[in-house]
Design a protein around this ligand. Structure first.
Ligand code: LLP
Length: 418
């Protein structure tokens, strides 16, 4: 997204105005981009947003206004969905997990939220208290794929999903649970070849199931082009593959089947940037380090997976720094930990990036950080969560205030030991 000084988009000028009123670092999202991405998936009967990617209530409201349904993976995500206006009716909210903690089990039953069960134990636990409850089965298709081994969610090395579908079905029958559909999510950042295998696996599961379902879910995992050389996914191809699977299933069951998709990253990643300020520049032997005021407590992905986020630089005087001369740079943050580096490989080695020369007070922008940016942040090193700002109708709105130090410490200062 962004940056040339066009009107009506996020650009250097209006970002500079933001820095005058707000502390950096800041997450910034562009509403229009989110809405455009939703449109790209309109062929699916249901788009269900995996809110773990970015669970800000105001982002959830945008999804809801655009007829997107919601996935929740914790009691906190259920509460967020409800505050954003989603209701448990019509499967608007589905709870997906591999286990229930006791509190969440009771909440899901109390609100009558459909579940997507990733273990047979979940079916037993809900069946005992809430017979007749609506359930989906998250099937582990016995293979997986992801942009990193930590995001591969299929196969026998993964803790996710149900391996033995017929055992799950007998528990469903025992407790008179109502099976709505089958769901498969093999990982984040998958490709067409794996996708085709998943579609075939879905059809086979339904043929072997001997139970009448009304929906299937393609899960999430649609990749986005993080790197300038990455190809954009062809959503039409993606839909066509799943549509074929859906039609085979509909033919077999002799009635229409609803096709859901459950993206997180695809809907939100490209709408977001992380704005940071350069606070130190130093030479370590032959290496040139630029240190900014955001750390992996804010943006975790490079440290966790070696993920690439495109970086652009602009000057405190309000222009994009696009000089011919670029130097090998290592970009890091303020944390007291060597891994606090935004330019590193999957196995944690530093990796230089050709960047223009920047000085203290200039800004670095990390692109495509709308997904798994703010939502994976922590208070490590006792650093408060930073603000989130939404660009909508040519204006900026704060959608999360920067956490105050006293808010951060409250749950401890309120405890008293005599
Ligand atoms: N559905 C299920 C059941 C999932 O587990 C996930 C992601 C999604 C949907 C959404 O996947 P997406 O469309 O966003 O790829 N933190 C990692 C990604 C881990 C995602 C875990 N589950 C990252 O920063 O790339």
């Amino acid at each position: 997204m962004l940056l040339k000084n066009k009107k009506k988009i996020i650009n250097i000028k209006n970002i500079i105005s933001l820095t005058k009123k707000n502390h950096t670092p800041i997450w910034i999202y562009d509403e229009k981009k989110i809405k455009n991405k939703i449109q790209e998936l309109k062929k699916f009967d249901v788009i269900r947003y995996a809110q773990k990617a970015c669970s800000n209530i105001h982002i959830l409201k945008i999804m809801r206004q655009s007829n997107v349904k919601i996935d929740a993976v914790s009691i906190g995500e259920i509460e967020r969905a409800i505050i954003a206006g989603f209701t448990p009716k019509n499967n608007e909210i589905i709870f997906t997990a591999d286990l229930f903690d006791k509190e969440t089990l009771l909440k899901v039953i109390d609100l009558n939220i459909t579940i997507n069960a990733g273990s047979i134990d979940m079916l037993e636990q809900i069946g005992k208290i809430s017979p007749g409850h609506h359930v989906w089965l998250r099937i582990n298709p016995k293979f997986g794929h992801g942009h990193n081994k930590k995001t591969n969610t299929g196969g026998e090395n993964s803790k996710h999903g149900i391996w033995d579908t017929s055992a799950a079905l007998s528990i469903i029958k025992k407790h008179n649970l109502k099976l709505i559909g089958l769901h498969m999510h093999i990982g984040s950042g998958s490709d067409y070849e794996h996708l085709k295998q998943v579609c075939d696996a879905m059809v086979n599961e339904v043929l072997n199931l001997n139970y009448d379902i009304i929906s299937i879910s393609a899960g999430g995992g649609l990749p986005i082009p993080y790197h300038p050389n990455d190809e954009k996914i062809n959503t039409q191809n993606y839909f066509t593959l799943w549509d074929k699977a859906r039609k085979k299933i509909a033919n077999y069951l002799k009635h229409p089947i609803q096709l859901e998709i459950e993206p997180g990253r695809f809907l939100i990643a490209e709408s977001g940037i992380l704005l940071t300020e350069v606070r130190a520049v130093k030479k370590m032997g032959n290496n040139h380090f630029v240190l900014v005021d955001a750390g992996f407590n804010d943006l975790m992905r490079p440290t966790m997976y070696g993920s690439y986020h495109h970086i652009s630089a602009f000057s405190k005087h309000g222009y994009l720094i696009e000089t011919e001369k670029k130097i090998n740079t290592i970009v890091g943050g303020p944390l007291c930990e060597s891994g606090d580096i935004f330019t590193q490989t999957e196995i944690g080695n530093i990796k230089t990036r050709k960047l223009p020369i920047v000085n203290i007070g200039d800004y670095l922008i990390f692109h495509d950080t709308g997904a798994y940016g703010a939502s994976m942040s922590s208070n490590y090193n006792s650093r408060p969560l930073i603000s989130e700002i939404l660009f909508k109708n040519n204006k900026f709105y704060t959608i999360r205030k920067r956490q105050t130090i006293s808010d951060m410490l409250k749950s401890e200062t309120e405890c008293y030991i005599p």
